[in-house]
Design a binder for this molecule. Structure first.
Ligand code: 5GP
Length: 196
């Protein structure tokens, strides 16, 4: 049941392969009245990607038309593909849920900050770049160039995420600890919101 007037927008970022998707999936049943904002991308689905659940998959041309039509609150060009948050979707979800999760990357978070969109931001830091690389390779679906681009981008994101509200090391094999820590942060944020 929804208890707040306006939901809390929680941005969870990590470098590619950093585990944000699994962390959000694990948080959804833990946090009451929570949902996930499904963003739009022009990248082709990878093995296991669920259209309409993980992303709305559209063509590059359709994405560019959407950009020109002002359909995105923010968008980013990442590793050769577009990713964006559709206008209207966030507002609608914040009206019907206490917590809305989104797994956008660092540029998207900064664009939303500039647009004055309130958020609680959490960056998942990998234990090491070697572990991150192994995870990206294991997930499959990407060529060698794409993997290199993602690792280079990970280094940039680690530097540019210093202004996130929280940075949490997502230890290999210890995702439960990460999920517990984030659930605690959200619970205390919501209870302080309700008591003000
Ligand atoms: P992937 O291809 O691994 O699913 O995602 C690549 C990157 O795009 C990830 O860092 C992910 O967080 C980011 N991303 C996903 N959706 C959006 C979005 O709507 N906007 C922005 N700015 N980044 C997104």
């Amino acid at each position: 049941m929804k208890t707040t007037t306006n939901g809390l927008f929680v941005i969870i970022s990590s470098p590619s392969g950093g585990g944000k998707n699994s962390v959000i999936e694990a948080l959804l049943p833990r946090v009451s009245c929570a949902t996930r904002l499904v963003t739009t991308t022009s990248r082709p689905p990878r093995p296991g990607d669920r259209p309409g659940v993980d992303y709305h998959f559209i063509s590059k041309t359709a994405f560019e038309e959407g950009m020109r039509g002002g359909h995105f609150l923010e968008y980013n060009f990442y590793a050769g593909h577009y990713y964006g948050t559709q206008k209207g979707t966030l507002d609608a979800l914040l009206h019907t849920h206490d917590v809305v999760f989104s797994q956008i990357e660092v540029n998207g978070k900064h664009a939303l900050d500039r647009a004055g969109i309130a958020n609680l931001s959490i960056f998942l830091v990998p234990e090491s770049l070697d572990i991150l690389e192994a995870r990206i390779r294991k997930r499959g679906g990407l060529g060698a160039d794409d993997i290199e681009r993602r690792l280079a981008q990970a280094r940039v994101e680690l530097e540019e995420s210093s202004d996130y509200d929280y940075r949490i090391v997502n230890k290999e094999g210890k995702m439960e600890e990460t999920v517990d820590a984030i659930a605690d942060i959200i619970t205390s944020r919501i209870s302080s919101h309700l008591s003000t």
